[in-house]
Design a protein around this ligand. Structure first.
Ligand code: HEM
Length: 183
């Protein structure tokens, strides 16, 4: 994945736990020290090793770490580095999520040959939303859950994830997140 993702993960651990802990994560992950250039594409393995090493060092399970990372991405990286783009993507959770594929498309001229996920969104009733996440990658459902929780806070639209349902795929991931909005 592009270095912007690895860099955001490093920032989360550094901000929350400091340099000594980050040094332990790097030692445990055994990834090259130059894995953090935003505009360079790295092997996915590097991102996964960093996530697993962070959870090991912090003594939390990897899904908890990925969830926290999803929240950090929206609350810090998106808010600080892509605020204008994020604002033009939507002013409600439904509008934003509906335009998320277009957002990832728009930046494909910057992140050449990258492989963003696909989202399919439908508002079922006033208080229910169905978000399908499709990726050629595996293991990132908790990251997506963290992203969704943080987005609902960003738009001040409280919700709970009622159910996370894995749909059949030959490879990669297809997951349905059923959201219950507090209206
Ligand atoms: C302007 C803001 C955003 C930028 C610049 C951005 C950029 C990226 C980049 C560079 C990747 C790595 C893909 C690769 O290297 O192949 C990625 C992956 C991803 N993005 Fe975005 N993204 C943004 C917003 C979002 C938002 C708001 C969400 C979610 C709700 C999201 C969901 C994801 C997910 C889940 C992945 C992991 C890849 C996968 O699942 O296969 N992104 N994005």
């Amino acid at each position: 994945m592009y270095g912007v993702i690895n860099k955001s993960l490093r920032e989360m651990v550094l901000d929350g736990h400091g340099e000594l802990i980050w040094d332990q994560v790097m030692a445990k992950a055994g990834v090259p020290s130059d894995s953090f250039l935003s505009m360079r594409s790295y092997d996915d393995e590097i991102t996964f090793r960093l996530a697993v090493a962070s959870s090991d060092v912090l003594g939390i399970d990897v899904d908890t770490a990925l969830h926290a990372f999803g929240e950090h991405w929206v609350n810090h990286t998106l808010a600080k580095e892509y605020d204008a783009l994020a604002r033009s993507t939507g002013s409600t959770m439904l509008e934003f999520l509906t335009n998320l594929n277009a957002l990832h498309d728009r930046i494909s001229t910057t992140f050449l040959d990258y492989q963003p996920p696909e989202f399919r969104v439908s508002a079922l009733e006033a208080n229910r939303m169905d978000v399908q996440y499709i990726s050629h990658r595996e293991g990132l459902n908790s990251f997506v859950a963290g992203l969704l929780v943080a987005l609902s806070n960003r738009f001040n639209e409280p919700m709970t994830i009622e159910e996370i349902e894995s749909l059949p795929v030959e490879s990669g991931t297809h997951t349905r997140f059923k959201l219950l909005m507090a209206v």
